[in-house]
Design a binder for this molecule. Structure first.
Ligand code: HEM
Ligand code: HEM
Length: 137
């Protein structure tokens, strides 16, 4: 793996470890107050980042592009602010709500950017040479 694929896959594993640690903490303490943080760390963090990672791994030339790198930084920075902000919001710090709101919009913008990058690849000829090269090797 390289480029955005490697970055997203590494990020996915970090989300997975932190999210499961929070899940265990919730189970052990019987305090499920941070359930939304755990749920989003697992699905919007671990699973989504892994899907992005596999997509860019399938299309390495797309994964090395500037657009893919911008997508990685937008999705990862907004996702981290979203989850850390939500953690403090659920812990009672209401002043942090605007940070969570802006981060949510950033995270959504990341998804729109992925649509912009991925749909021409799966519907058109962009990146097809990666598939041809993969089949030939
Ligand atoms: C060490 C492993 C894990 C532990 C100890 C754990 C623990 C928990 C706990 C205590 C809850 C709260 C349940 C409730 O209050 O109703 C929860 C919810 C949730 N967990 Fe985990 N979890 C683990 C792994 C995972 C994984 C691997 C995923 C997904 C890839 C996941 C996804 C979710 C989701 C989506 C919810 C929210 C479910 C709902 O909306 O009711 N969890 N988990
Ligand atoms: C713009 C980003 C997002 C925002 C603002 C958002 C917001 C929310 C809200 C307000 C809830 C209800 C929480 C509650 O009732 O306690 C929720 C639940 C949930 N969301 Fe999201 N979400 C976002 C992205 C995602 C993504 C990308 C996924 C999956 C890939 C996801 C999976 C879930 C799941 C599994 C639940 C149920 C677990 C829970 O109640 O915490 N969300 N989300």
């Amino acid at each position: 793996m390289q480029g955005a694929a490697r970055n997203f896959f590494t990020l996915a594993i970090v989300y997975g470890i932190l999210g499961m640690s929070l899940g265990l903490h919730m189970s052990i303490t019987h305090d499920h107050g941070q359930m939304p943080v755990h749920a989003h760390a697992m699905v919007a963090g671990w699973l989504m980042s892994a899907v992005f990672g596999f997509f860019y791994h399938l299309y390495p030339s797309v994964g090395r592009s500037l657009l893919a790198r911008v997508h990685f930084w937008l999705q990862s920075v907004s996702g981290i602010f979203l989850l850390v902000g939500l953690y403090f919001l659920l812990a009672g710090n209401e002043a942090i709500e605007p940070v969570v709101a802006v981060a949510s919009l950033g995270f959504f913008a990341g998804m729109l950017m992925f649509a912009w990058i991925a749909l021409p690849v799966v519907w058109g000829s962009v990146g097809q040479r990666d598939m041809v090269a993969a089949r030939a090797s």
